[in-house]
Write a protein that binds this ligand. Structure first.
Ligand code: DXP
Ligand SMILES: NCC(=O)COP(=O)(O)O
Length: 241
């Protein structure tokens, strides 16, 4: 059965609105784990718009399941990853002006660079994942970089504005998932997934994890974090193994 890994970035977004101390993403992570999350994700952005270095340091000591650190492939983030030793790092693209992640990494021509970038992380026995679009060239490049996981970007599927467009995006994702699995990559899915669109993946075999943040935190704002996580866990537990 796929795991639910909860991204607590937007607990920190609310905290940073007043540059205060609450709500604390560290507390939220613990609550999410108690509610059934099998991992916690934080995206330490270069601009620190939400998750702070303090959050990553504390979470690396307090998360009982698995901590996933999303980060740009920079020397600063490599040093932080090596110092905090999360269970997994996920390399994601970043643009300061973006509202949220807009797409996957472009791996083409960067195979050697990223394989070298990940080498010290792998030496510390930290797993790695590459956040990519479901494009054949990107999936082939991910296999060449030898990161054990890919996280296939589901944002275009989530943002589709018609059923036809959503079905086209879902078909593209399913083809990408199959190609990645055929190349021996473990497949996670994430970005923009919610309590409705996630059913598109209910019968897809071999998905390792769903990385979900915004929709869970949005529901939590109205019905509480425990309920929001339990609701998503109860959906995913009905999915194909
Ligand atoms: C990579 C991804 O899709 C998200 O996990 C990422 O965290 C989105 O960035 P924000 O959390 O800043 O919206
Ligand atoms: N990598 C995707 C993630 O961690 C959460 O993305 P979202 O659900 O906040 O869009």
């Amino acid at each position: 059965m796929p795991k639910l890994v909860v991204n607590v970035d937007h607990i920190a977004t609310l905290r940073q609105a007043r540059l205060g101390i609450e709500p604390d993403p560290v507390t939220a992570a613990h609550m999410a784990e108690l509610a059934g999350a099998e991992g916690i994700i934080v995206h330490l952005r270069e601009d620190r718009r939400h998750i702070q270095d303090r959050d990553v340091a504390l979470l690396s000591q307090t998360v009982k399941t698995n901590l996933h650190l999303e980060m740009a492939a920079t020397p600063e983030m490599q040093k932080i990853a090596l110092n905090t030793a999360p269970h997994m790092v996920c390399l994601v693209p970043e643009k300061r002006q973006e509202l949220t992640t807009e797409g996957g990494l472009d791996l083409r021509g960067r195979e050697t660079e990223l394989r070298d970038y990940l080498a010290p992380i792998h030496e510390r026995e930290i797993l790695s994942s590459l956040f990519i679009d479901a494009e054949p060239e990107q999936i082939k490049a991910a296999a060449a970089i030898q990161a054990p996981y890919v996280e296939i970007h589901t944002g275009h599927f989530a943002d589709a504005t018609s059923r036809t467009a959503q079905q086209q995006e879902l078909t593209r994702l399913l083809e990408g998932i199959r190609q990645a699995q055929d190349l021996g990559l473990k497949v996670n899915l994430g970005h923009g997934l919610n309590y409705t669109n996630i059913y598109g993946f209910a019968t897809v075999p071999g998905i390792h994890e769903f990385s979900i943040g915004h929709s869970i935190i949005a529901r939590a704002a109205l019905s509480g974090l425990d309920r929001a996580v339990r609701d998503m866990v109860s959906i995913i537990k009905t999915f194909a193994p």
